[in-house]
Design a protein around this ligand. Sequence first.
Ligand code: HEM
Length: 305
Amino acid sequence: MKSRINDQLKDKYEAIDQDLDAYLEGLLHSKPINYWDYIQTDALLNLQIQRTVFPDEMVFIIYHQINELLFKMVLVEIDQVAKSKELTVELFTSKLMRISRYFDMLTSSFSIMKDGMDVDQYNKFRATLTPASGFQSAQYRKIEFASTELINLIDKRFRDTIDRNSSYENAFEHLYWQAAGKNYKTGKKSYTLTVFEERYKGEFIRFAQFYSTNNLYSKFKELPKEAREDKELINAMRHFDYTVNIKWVMAHYNTANHYLNIGGKTAEATGGSEWVKYMHPKYQKRIFFPDLWTKQEIEEWGVNI
Ligand code: HEM
């Protein structure tokens, strides 16, 4: 065993013209690792910087950070499916179910957020956040690009005008979420949307290019017919679609209602969207895998919930 590891180490460093002994000497002096060094707890627990004195602002920041970490886990899973050389039904199904479990966590934990903060405190500290909004979560957008074909993320009103020959620039201008930050009559974009694009548009277009053929839906369509008819896989795909695009969206919407709809009067959101209409799944009809739903299910998407 010992000599086999020695041989493997030798091979590894020889392959990159490095001297194994120098590395072994480094190992001799290196200090043993601790939990806190490995998990980077000190750095992690120093990333919560409040803008106000309200304790519930801490809850708000931490919850968003937890969400971003879970989004990162989702992207790691999708990346593995996208880059898998031999995609089996089993691997596909198990990855989808795992991603769904992350979204189950995100959905059920929203009740902690909904009933977790004092409404008065929230409405005071959120004033200091304007014009920032969760709308500017880049990872959330990446999950969408990585899950389905771009056409399914285009605003319903413009789908007929976009096809495979449209440029990414043009498609980008008609993504469904432009509606939250764009006045379609004047074409003017909100500050929230403008700065988001300045920061991420280039990255999004590169990301969307890779995923245009490697997204979960395209990967599914590439499977042999028999695999595409696998009940367990179809259920996993539908479960993922439903969890992300109805359950999470509704948990989020209900939370917004809790804080921003007081006594039937809706407050303006920090990102400035017409959120009551924009956020409800029945208006957006975001569906990652449309072929896996019946016509009636699509018509009733988000209606009776
Ligand atoms: C008190 C908690 C929350 C409230 C009241 C809230 C409210 C809102 C509102 C009103 C919008 C519409 C855009 C705007 O005008 O700002 C929005 C968008 C968004 N928020 Fe939240 N949010 C909350 C928590 C979160 C959390 C924890 C996340 C996770 C990162 C998140 C992610 C998003 C995303 C991704 C969008 C864009 C959704 C889309 O385009 O359909 N939000 N939020």
